[in-house]
Design a protein around this ligand. Structure first.
Ligand code: PLP
Length: 280
């Protein structure tokens, strides 16, 4: 089965899918996106992803005709056509194609692109041994809570991290405040208490982040959403990151510093076991 694309009403193999050179996503980064996955063939956390998607659309004032039910129907059809065991679904909506102008154009339809590829989870060895991450100055804009396609700072930070042999980049403010990774949220565990940076405009409200917080609370694991500093993170007993494809991944090294013993910790493992059980 080929990876599938859907563009404005038409399904095709990804290689045959096209959008206009005048699309505002391509020209201006004027669009938003979502990434969903299936578990055992079923779409995971669809209402949560849809809520975030519509929130992003509202935040950038993108007028559109879409409904959650309508989008879900298209996604399910694309997933079915692709036929993978488990799928990664990428959905992007831009303000549409027209002559390049900063002003919101009138009378055009938004562009809807969906692609479905086979889901690739991190290699089991990464979860067993943990990953290294690298800090990066957070040079992003002030609305990181919107899932926009403007990801150049994330691309640059990720590549610097990858070039250094790291799995992820961790965005940190000049004052030492930890925000999130380039494609994941971050958590620390210290003296049995789990903490993650509080929601705000400097980080994306990850769906997995919410799931982990809910699981911790439900299972009496002390959990705080608050400011987290880099010093705290480096001194933590455990660090882990969360994301739709990463799930819950232990972080054992930050720059050249090991976290505690440099091995994944028990709270991370427990939360991942709870996460797996919750989606089974
Ligand atoms: N933060 C950023 C910047 C991301 O790009 C992502 C996911 O791609 C996340 C956090 C994690 O979000 P989710 O758990 O919804 O995948």
């Amino acid at each position: 089965m080929p990876a599938i694309a859907y563009v404005n009403g038409k399904f095709s193999p990804i290689a045959d899918a096209v959008v206009s050179v005048e699309d505002r996503g391509f020209q201006l980064g004027d669009g938003i996106y979502e990434v969903l996955r299936t578990h055992g063939g079923r779409l995971h956390a669809t209402p949560e992803h849809m809520r975030r998607l519509f929130r992003s659309l509202d935040a950038i004032k993108l007028k559109h005709p879409f409904t959650a039910a309508g989008l879900e129907k298209i996604i399910l059809e694309a997933v079915k056509r692709a036929g993978f065991g488990d799928s990664l679904v990428y959905l992007q909506i831009t303000r549409g194609a027209t002559k390049r102008t900063k002003e919101f154009p009138k009378g055009i339809e938004p562009t809807l692109v969906i692609t479905v590829r086979e889901l690739q989870l991190p290699a089991p060895a990464l979860r067993e041994r943990g990953v290294a991450i690298m800090t990066a100055d957070d040079i992003r804009w002030q609305r990181c809570d919107i899932k926009t396609v403007c990801l150049l700072p994330n691309v640059l930070a990720s590549n610097k991290a990858i070039a250094a042999g790291c799995f992820e980049a961790l965005f940190v403010e000049k004052d030492g405040t930890v925000n999130e990774c380039a494609s994941a949220n971050i958590f620390i565990v210290a003296s049995g208490v789990v903490a993650t940076p509080a929601l705000g405009t400097r980080l994306l409200g990850g769906i997995t982040r919410e799931e982990v917080i809910a699981l911790a609370r439900k299972n009496n694991v002390p959990m705080e959403e608050r400011r987290v500093t880099l010093d705290e993170l480096l001194a933590a007993d455990e660090v882990f990151l969360t994301g739709t494809t990463a799930e819950i991944l232990p972080v054992v090294k930050v720059n050249d510093r090991h976290i505690a013993t440099g091995k994944p910790g028990p709270v991370t493992k427990r939360l991942h076991d709870l996460y797996r059980a919750s989606i089974a």
